[in-house]
Design a protein around this ligand. Structure first.
Ligand code: MN
Ligand code: MN
Ligand code: MN
Length: 294
C-alpha cells in the first residue's frame, strides 16, 4: 500500500457507503476521502446509486471531484462477477429502471430464503430478518440472526450448519443477470464498464483471460488493476493482462469501513507505467497530472 507521492491528485474509483454495505454515510465517506487527500472519488455502491446525490453535494463542499459510480453483480459461467460502472448519466431513466430490477432481484432471493426456511408462514421470518438488516434487503447472516431470535437455533454456527450453509435449504443462489447484460446497461447509460477486482474470483490465468475476453466482447473497456489487499505479484500480473488485452486501467480501494489496516480511501498501489488510465476517457475531462498546466 503506497501513498501517492509528489502529486496533488489522488484518484479512488471504488468505495461503498451506507447506501449499500459500507458503514459511513455518503457525507461521512466524502469527508473522510477529503481528509485522506483524495481529489477524485467514485462512490460505487452495490447495485444502487441512491448515495450519489448526497455524495455530490458534500464533494462540492470538500472541493473533491465526484465521478458517478456503481458496482453491479452479475454471473459469468455460473460465477458471481462484479462490474463497476463509472461516469454514466445518473439521470438515464432506463438505467434507473434496471437498478430497480437489481434491487428487486435481491428481494426475490430474500423471499425465497424465507419460504424455504418457514414453509407455512414465511412472513414473520422475512420481516424479522429485514429488521436485522436495518430495513434493507436481508442476506443470509441476517436470516441467521433472525433464526436465533426465533429460538430455532442457538447460534450463528448452528444457523449455517443446519439451515443456511452450502447445500442447506436457505442456500439460495442470487438471481443476477448475465455479465453481458450489465455491461450493456452501463454502456447504454454512457458509462465505462470496469471489471472489478479480478484476483478476487480465484480463477486460473486462462479462465481469467476468458472472462476478460467475454467482458471486452460485451463492451467492457477497463480492468481494475490496483485495489486494496492484493497479493504481491497481482499488480504486475493485472497490468500485463490489461496491456495485452488493450484495456484501460482503473484503481480503487474498495473501502467499506474505517479501521482496517489493509484498506483506506485513496490508498492503493500506483498504476504501473505504460497503462492507459480509465479516467483519461471520462466524458468529463478531469484535471490530473497529465492534463494539468505545469
Ligand atoms: Mn461490499
Ligand atoms: Mn466487489
Ligand atoms: Mn466493492
Amino acid at each position: 500500500m503506497t501513498i501517492p507521492q509528489g502529486s496533488s491528485f489522488c484518484i479512488d474509483l471504488h468505495c461503498h457507503s451506507t447506501a449499500s454495505d459500507g458503514t459511513l454515510s455518503p457525507r461521512e465517506l466524502v469527508q473522510r476521502a477529503g481528509e485522506m487527500g483524495v481529489s477524485h472519488l467514485a462512490l460505487t455502491d452495490h447495485d444502487t446509486i441512491d448515495g450519489l446525490a448526497e455524495a455530490r453535494q458534500y464533494a462540492q463542499m470538500e472541493g473533491l471531484t465526484l465521478i458517478n459510480g456503481v458496482e453491479l453483480s452479475c454471473v459469468w459461467n455460473r460465477q458471481t462477477i462484479h462490474v463497476v460502472g463509472l461516469d454514466f448519466d445518473h439521470r438515464s431513466s432506463r438505467f434507473l429502471e434496471v437498478l430497480a430490477e437489481q434491487h428487486e432481484n435481491r428481494w426475490r432471493r430474500a423471499r425465497k430464503i424465507a419460504e424455504r426456511l418457514a414453509r407455512k408462514d414465511p412472513e414473520p421470518l422475512l420481516s424479522l430478518a429485514t429488521a436485522k438488516a436495518g430495513g434493507d434487503v436481508p442476506g443470509r447472516p441476517h436470516f441467521a440472526r433472525a433464526l436465533i431470535d426465533q429460538g430455532v437455533v442457538s447460534d450463528m454456527n448452528q444457523a449455517f450448519n443446519r439451515h443456511l450453509g452450502a447445500g442447506k435449504p436457505g442456500d439460495v443462489k442470487a438471481f443476477w443477470p448475465e455479465l453481458a447484460t450489465v455491461v450493456r446497461w452501463i454502456v447504454e447509460a454512457g458509462g465505462v464498464a470496469v471489471l472489478a477486482h479480478p484476483r478476487k474470483y480465484k480463477m486460473t490465468a486462462t479462465k481469467l483471460r476468458g472472462l476478460v475476453g467475454d467482458f471486452k466482447q460485451a463492451g467492457g473497456r477497463a480492468i481494475e488493476v490496483s485495489t486494496s489487499g492484493q497479493q504481491s505479484g497481482d499488480l504486475g500480473f493485472l497490468a500485463e493482462l490489461c496491456r495485452r488485452e488493450g484495456m484501460w486501467a482503473s484503481q480503487g480501494s474498495d473501502f467499506h469501513f474505517p479501521g482496517a489496516s489493509w484498506c483506506e480511501l485513496g490508498r492503493m498501489d500506483k498504476l504501473p507505467e505504460g497503462l492507459d488510465p480509465v479516467w483519461q476517457h471520462f466524458r468529463q475531462r478531469l484535471l490530473t497530472e497529465q492534463s494539468a498546466p505545469a
